[in-house]
Design a protein around this ligand. Structure first.
Ligand code: NDP
Length: 460
């Protein structure tokens, strides 16, 4: 973690007070403070314009304080008959725009700081989609790696036995995230249905297609990232055709970002997992990655068993191996703080033209600043990866109608939503003098919608 103090000074005394207050109130939450600092500092011109009004409404105090944090014990039995205990979370951060909405992450690094940063980001992301969804996030420090199917099922059932008290299709609608895919959503949904004795399809999204899932949801985050990237490059007189691309991660977001980038004529030369990356100078063969990751749950290194001419680079040191490979377009689709300042310097040196954040907060604040200073375009995660949650909201919509749309219908809506998000971020950036800094533009566009709704709903 790079940044655990909010040692910044803006021209707004109110904003400075809130930054200091947030740091003082959350001293052990570096990721949360990093996310707050990133958003609030970029809101400086908006806050300056409305300082007295926001202060009277305690708007920034409220936007940085979760409505509710639920933390609970998750006991389960492993295959050897041993009792195990993990910690579960749900952060219901801001419900002004609709039912809380945000994924569940199962990963050993999960803690309250990570949950709060993700839920905080989610508020702005969901606002940007223009759809009626509030911001939340949840998960557990459970590590699904190496667990049997039965262990995963028992864990999911225990997790849902507690979580079901706090969610509902009009209350809070979780989905997947790292470590939570179609298999986990299935087990979670089954347990919810059993306890409630009610087929409430809209209580979870990312469901299987045979029981209420939406076509194109699986593809949505990765495809959406590329639709956003397409618009961002177009606005800056570039396109994806012929560009060399590197992608960190080889999970859900990474795979479908790769698929869509390839259809636009880009050459994806590297993908990774937490151990290292594969470099295929002739272009990644995605069907092999899909087989390894979606079916076999294998390591990316095994790509070399299929393509012996590819190279494997193990991670060691400060910079993940994938970022040492030369590329025009960089798509971090793994996890937070993957690109630090050192990695950003290497990427700029290697001629990077654009970065598209498929993951949440994959670049440290210093890395983003460095990219922007060096004229590298940045598609910020809370805008560029909003396609997943937008399509989740479309899944809820289809569940309410008891009907479903075709793949092309959903994909078209997704494309329209991503194009709108880009245009709103662009317009907000221009209006407030940020030029092509879409990081600030997205923060401002998302914040304005939330601020308006919170103001209308009074002091709650
Ligand atoms: P998956 O679990 O499908 O894949 C995660 C990928 O990232 C894997 O390749 C994993 O490698 C790698 N990874 C995870 N943790 C680390 C780590 N600490 N260091 C290095 N690599 C790591 O997750 P998703 O693809 O769903 O999510 C990826 C990112 O996108 C996350 O930041 C998530 O919050 C964000 N996101 C996801 C959305 C979705 O719809 N799924 C929507 C919006 C954002 P390994 O197998 O080795 O762990």
């Amino acid at each position: 973690m790079s940044n655990c103090t909010l040692d910044v000074s803006t021209k707004s005394a109110y904003l400075n007070d809130i930054l200091n207050l947030t740091a003082a109130k959350n001293p052990n939450e570096p990721e949360f403070l990093q996310a707050v600092k990133e958003v609030l500092t970029s809101l400086e011109p908006v806050v300056l314009k409305h300082e007295n009004e926001y202060k009277a409404l305690a708007l920034l105090e409220r936007v940085t304080e979760p409505e509710r944090i639920i933390s609970f014990r998750v006991p389960w039995i492993d295959d050897k008959g041993q009792a195990r205990v993990n910690r579960g979370f749900r952060v219901q951060f801001n419900g002004a725009l609709g039912p809380y909405k945000g994924g569940l992450r199962f990963h050993p690094t999960v803690n309250q700081s990570i949950m709060k940063f993700l839920a905080f980001e989610q508020i702005f992301k969901n606002a940007l989609t223009g759809l009626p969804i509030g911001g939340g996030k949840g998960g557990s420090d459970f590590d699904p790696k190496g667990k049997s199917d039965n262990e995963i099922m028992r864990f999911c059932q225990s997790f849902m036995t507690e979580l079901q008290k706090h969610i509902g299709q009009d209350v809070d609608v979780p989905a997947g995230d790292i470590g939570v895919g179609a298999r986990e959503i299935g087990y979670l949904f089954g347990q919810y249905r059993r306890i409630k004795n009610n087929y409430e399809a809209g209580v979870l999204t990312g469901k299987g297609l045979d029981y209420g899932g939406s076509l194109a949801r699986k593809e949505a985050t990765g495809y959406g990232l590329i639709y956003f990237m397409r618009e961002m490059l177009k606005a800056n007189n570039m396109d994806l055709n012929g560009k060399t691309v590197i992608i960190s991660g080889s999970g859900n977001v990474a795979i479908y970002a790769c698929e869509k980038a390839q259809t636009y004529g880009a050459k994806v030369v590297a993908m990774s997992d937490s151990n290292g990356c594969v470099y295929d100078k002739d272009g990644i063969k995605l069907d092999i990655v899909k087989e390894l990751k979606e079916e076999k749950r294998a390591r990316i290194k095994e790509y070399l068993n299929y393509v012996p001419t590819a190279e494997y680079k193990e991670n060691n040191g400060d910079i993940p191996a994938v970022y040492t490979i030369k590329a025009d377009v960089i798509l971090p689709c793994a996890t937070q703080n993957d690109i630090n300042l050192s990695a950003a310097k290497v990427l700029v040196e290697n001629g990077a033209k654009a970065v598209g954040e498929g993951a949440n907060m994959p670049c440290t604040n210093e890395a983003v600043e460095y990219f922007l200073k060096n004229n590298v375009l940045v598609a910020p995660g809370k805008a560029a990866n909003a396609g997943g949650v937008a399509t989740s909201a479309l899944e809820m919509c289809q569940n309410s109608m008891r009907y479903f749309w075709s793949f092309d219908e959903v994909d078209k809506k997704l494309d329209g939503i991503m194009t709108n998000i880009f245009n709103n971020a662009r317009k907000a950036a221009e209006e407030y003098g940020y030029g092509n800094n879409y990081v600030a533009g997205a923060n401002i566009a998302g914040f304005r919608r939330i601020a308006k709704a919170m103001k209308s709903q009074g002091l709650i």
